[in-house]
Write a protein that binds this ligand. Structure first.
Ligand SMILES: *Cc1c(COP(=O)(O)O)cnc(C)c1O
Length: 390
């Protein structure tokens, strides 16, 4: 349903804004946590998907850990009250300052992405008189069969340590006395809806894991990353992603040793469906090619996914019940890529109508910018609505 359910109390608010269905967020979190706990799995929330303070606070209350990809995200997680022992820190380009900060906070582990980074973490740890817990992020060469910009686990991209390099990395560990290897980390991409991708990942991890065991290296933790998809086409069909099926794949396919803990880093699947971008129709026009265009007051600065990845979000007119028409929906930014949808059907849309761009809770607000010196969009929460007409 999204924002539609609350339309009476949203109508007078200044647009554009993100609307968050907090009940849906809480039930999504409860489902994910209960399905994961069947197998003793731990979930860390990927903060980069949405760092809205109320969202983050709700996730912390649900008992998840945090997955961070910058020093500022580690700081945000600490300040939001996530226990340090639940924080993991990934990213291919950690600076010495970021490493120093995270080490000072005694986070659970660094997901280490290259041989050179291991040297850097070791050097910082030595200087601080500490030992850094490190999980090696191995690039398993798994094709997530998703958009090339959100694929991270194929052999030729920048993420992780190449499996061809593992030998060299292991040899260097003897020298790097300020590192403690606590596990392995994998994250092959995002918006993965095909469970075979995760099965394939499990098989690769089984092989890599036994390789380590044969060399006498004990791994207490296996971190399988995130990437579970949400349904952008039909958000009301499956508002809560199928966490049961997702975790069952790992339970069935991933081989673990006694005492080994399995971790996940979920972002999109936890927060994607709880957020709608609510925007107002400003103008309509017809192009020379007879395309009917609706210009709305939200743009790529508020939600960049369509412009950046060609992503498609379902769009609904919340206030019109007119006859269906075919429209192209665009924003006001001075870029042709500032288009939310082409050739979609909406009830007849006119100036002042409220539109919801669905499934915008993940990588929406978090990627907003002030290009064109626009204001950042607001945030409205279903459990803290201004009182008004119902
Ligand atoms: C972005 C990211 C995630 C979360 O991915 P989702 O597709 O949002 O679940 C998990 N782990 C790492 C290392 C990431 O960079």
């Amino acid at each position: 349903m999204g924002a539609r359910k609350y339309i009476g109390r949203l109508q007078e608010l200044p647009t554009p804004f993100y609307f968050y269905d907090m009940d849906l967020l809480r039930s999504t979190l409860a489902t994910a946590v209960s399905e994961a706990s069947r197998y003793g799995y731990r979930i860390h929330y990927a903060l980069k998907a949405n760092f809205d303070p109320r969202i983050v606070e709700t996730i912390r209350q649900a008992g998840l850990g945090a997955d961070c990809v910058s020093g500022n995200e580690v700081r945000a997680a600490i300040e939001a009250g996530f226990p340090a022992e639940g924080i993991v820190f990934a990213g291919v380009g950690k600076t010495d300052r970021e490493i120093e900060y995270a080490l000072g906070q005694d986070i659970f582990s660094f997901n280490c992405e290259s041989a050179a980074e291991m040297e850097a973490i070791n050097a910082v740890a030595e200087r601080m008189g500490r030992r850094a817990r490190v999980a090696l992020r191995i690039n398993p060469d798994v094709d997530p069969m998703t958009h090339r910009y959100i694929s991270t686990g194929k052999a030729d991209n920048k993420f992780g340590i190449s499996y061809t390099e593992i030998d060299r990395v292991i040899a260097s560990l003897k020298r790097l006395s300020h590192l403690e290897i606590v596990g392995l980390h994998f994250h092959v991409g995002s918006q993965i809806g095909c469970m075979e991708v995760f099965e394939h990942l499990c098989e690769r991890v089984n092989a890599i894991r036994s390789w380590f065991r044969e060399r006498g290296i004990v791994l207490r933790h296996l971190n399988m990353g995130g990437g579970l998809a949400v349904d952008y086409e039909n958000p009301d069909r499956e508002p809560i992603p199928d966490f049961a099926a997702y975790f069952a794949v790992f339970n069935r396919r991933l081989e673990t040793e006694p005492g080994q803990t399995v971790h996940f880093e979920l972002g999109r699947s936890l927060v994607g469906q709880c957020g709608d971008l609510v925007t107002r129709a400003l103008y309509g026009k017809t192009t020379a090619a007879r395309t009917q265009v609706v210009i709305v007051d939200a743009g790529m600065t508020d939600l960049i996914r369509p412009a950046l990845y060609g992503a498609r979000h379902r769009i609904e007119n919340l206030t019109s019940s007119g006859k269906p028409r075919t429209y192209t929906v665009v924003g006001p930014i001075c870029e042709s890529s500032d288009t939310f949808a082409t050739g979609i059907e909406l009830p007849e849309t006119s100036r002042g109508d409220l539109l919801a761009i669905r499934t915008a809770g993940a990588y929406g607000m978090a990627m907003a910018s002030r290009y064109n010196l626009r204001d950042l969009p607001g945030a409205v929460y279903s459990d803290a609505l201004p009182t008004g007409r119902q």
